[in-house]
Design a protein around this ligand. Structure first.
Ligand code: AMP
Length: 215
């Protein structure tokens, strides 16, 4: 099963992707995670991407298409995959179509998680991450036991540069301008399934799996 998860920043698609991995045993491919890893390593790719990511702009199509082509060729993708955060532009969707044709694969569903901008702003500005182990928290919805300190490893919690208010505003604008049209690309192929992304994580997960498991 080959899935695409689409949703604005803060829609919870990363969390849903992780729950889908556990249920279906297929890997999540997150271009955001791959780029953040490259930034951490200080690789040439990471250095190129960092300034754009910090501003909330998209990295160039060529870079992410190259990352995806490489990643989809790995053996763990043979049984299926979940694309999280890719494609983000219509050009990326078209490139993905071509890559999949070459590989003899197809997308089964694009899951479009919908959440309004006001709710996203609340969610994103409160997000914190552990510097050491990467565990995620939220100052309102999922606070750590001690402020600023990770429950798991006592690491320091920090706010991602791209979760600051101004950056979030530009990420949402980028989403509406560039990524929302991706949904149209898959609607035309009758592969788009829209899910309400407001509610408890488990409820949203059930909405998604009901669609996937429906034969
Ligand atoms: P994410 O964690 O998916 O929100 O991605 C974080 C940042 O990485 C985005 O704001 C972009 O700067 C960059 N990025 C991730 N995926 C893509 C993509 N498919 N196309 C362009 N830029 C991307």
């Amino acid at each position: 099963m080959n899935l695409i998860l689409v949703g604005p920043p803060g829609s919870g698609k990363g969390t849903q992707a992780k729950m889908l991995i556990d249920k279906y045993g297929i890997p999540q491919i997150s271009t955001g995670d791959i780029l953040r890893e490259a930034v951490k390593e200080g690789s040439p790719l990471g250095m190129k991407a960092k300034a754009l990511m910090d501003k909330g702009s998209l990295v160039s199509d060529d870079i992410v298409i190259g990352i995806i082509e490489d990643r989809l060729g790995k053996p763990d993708c043979k049984g299926g995959f979940i694309l999280d955060g890719f494609p983000r532009t219509v050009a990326q969707s078209e490139a993905l179509d071509n890559i999949l044709v070459r590989m003899g694969l197809k997308i089964d569903h694009l899951i479009n998680i919908e959440v309004d901008d006001g709710e996203l702003m609340k969610r994103l500005t409160g997000r914190r991450t552990c510097r050491q182990c990467g565990q995620g928290y939220h100052v309102m919805f999922d606070p750590p036991k001690n402020e600023g300190v990770c429950n798991e490893c006592n690491g320091e919690l920090y706010q991602r540069d791209d979760d600051k208010e101004d950056t979030i505003k530009s990420r949402l604008k980028v989403y509406h301008d560039q990524t929302a049209p991706v949904v149209g690309h898959y609607q035309a192929k009758k592969l788009c399934r829209t899910v309400n992304g407001v509610g408890k994580m488990d409820e949203i997960f059930k909405r998604i799996t009901d669609i996937i498991d429906r034969v």
